[in-house]
Write a protein that binds this ligand. Structure first.
Ligand code: MTE
Length: 318
């Protein structure tokens, strides 16, 4: 998503996972480090079960809204990432995010709520159902995945903080700590990473806070220990490593909108009819597939969310 002028970018700049995996395997081979069976998930198995080496989450229930489409292999979900705090290419987060310390973790709740405070993560998770939600995820860059998240509805937490009548939006912030996040030593974005949702979007039952994937605690590169998942919006809305939630009256300015307002709007709903200046949004490449597929309105979740935007001009509110 690095900001470039339209003329500067070519589709060939987007590296397909299969290609960089071959490159990486070549490096492993030549350095004698390729150990059979030690490379994480088994590409192609696509089963949403643990066994990838992370801490297993106990008591996971089957949540609503899961797609029956096969999950993207664990290996791709965890090595093809956007997390600019660890670099702007897809491979750096998996390589560098080990420096992120996710324990202890505190989330500050502030603004228009009756119960503001600094809440330890364990406290926020106490009593929450741990649900598996297998969601389609679509990136504005034109690729998509199917990810078996583990998490719980954001609405559960919001109710607990008791927002006031003035709370119209929720603003989220990621951790800002250049000592742990080497990408923050460069000004590729204004730090910390900021995102926002309208209150009804935040309260929607499809919107979850994820703490895991494939039955295990989130790998750091996927936004540990707590990240937002909003499957009908482009991937950049899914803010990672959240440390602050602020309830506000005015629409927040997200990091990407601030960096390039013409390219990234506040809503960022997946919409094949509204193209990004550099990328058509009509079709997408599901990671692992060769042929492109049609992109669906609201990423296929129109039945659940279209009513939220009734009467809005989605070309204007993109
Ligand atoms: N959150 C933070 N803090 N920093 C980021 O750079 N990238 C976003 C989003 N959340 C990003 C972020 C983008 S552009 C995408 S596509 C998704 O995370 C990618 O999530 P994934 O790597 O788990 O697939």
């Amino acid at each position: 998503m690095i900001i470039k002028k339209p003329a500067d970018i070519r589709p060939s700049e987007i590296t397909e996972p299969a290609i960089y995996r071959r490159r990486r395997d070549f490096i492993r081979n030549t350095t004698g480090l390729l150990l059979a069976g030690m490379t994480g998930g088994l590409p192609g198995t696509g089963a949403a079960r643990p066994g990838h080496g992370g801490k297993v989450i106990q008591g996971i229930e089957r949540g609503p809204f899961s797609t029956a489409e096969p999950p993207t292999p664990y290996e791709d979900v965890t090595t093809y990432n956007n997390f600019y705090e660890f670099g702007t290419d897809k491979e750096s987060p998996a390589r560098l995010a080990g420096s992120l310390k996710t324990e202890p973790w505190t989330v500050t709740i502030e603004g228009e709520v009756a119960r503001p405070g600094r809440y330890p993560l364990e406290d926020l998770l106490k009593g929450q159902p741990m649900e598996e939600r297998i969601y389609r995820m679509r990136c504005v860059e034109g690729w998509s995945m199917v990810i078996p998240w583990v998490g719980f509805p954001l609405a559960n937490l919001i109710e607990r903080f008791q927002p006031t009548a003035n709370a119209k939006y929720v603003e989220f912030q990621s951790l800002h700590d250049p000592a742990q996040m080497p990408g923050q030593r460069r000004d590729v974005l204004e730090w910390p990473y900021v995102e926002g949702l309208r209150m009804d979007e935040a309260m929607h039952p499809l919107t979850i806070l994820a703490v895991g994937l494939y039955g295990e605690v989130l790998p750091n590169q996927n936004g540990a220990p707590l990240r937002l998942v909003v499957p009908w919006k482009y991937g950049f809305k899914g803010i990672k490593s959240i440390v602050r939630m602020r309830f506000v009256e005015r629409q927040p300015v997200s990091s990407w909108s601030r960096a390039a307002p013409h390219e990234y709007g506040f809503y960022a709903n997946v919409n094949p009819e509204v193209s990004h200046p550099r990328w058509s949004q009509r079709r997408e490449r599901r990671i692992g597939e060769l042929r492109k597929r049609r992109t669906l309105m609201f990423n296929g979740y129109a039945d659940q969310v279209a009513h939220l935007y009734r009467g809005m001009d989605l070309a204007k509110f993109y």
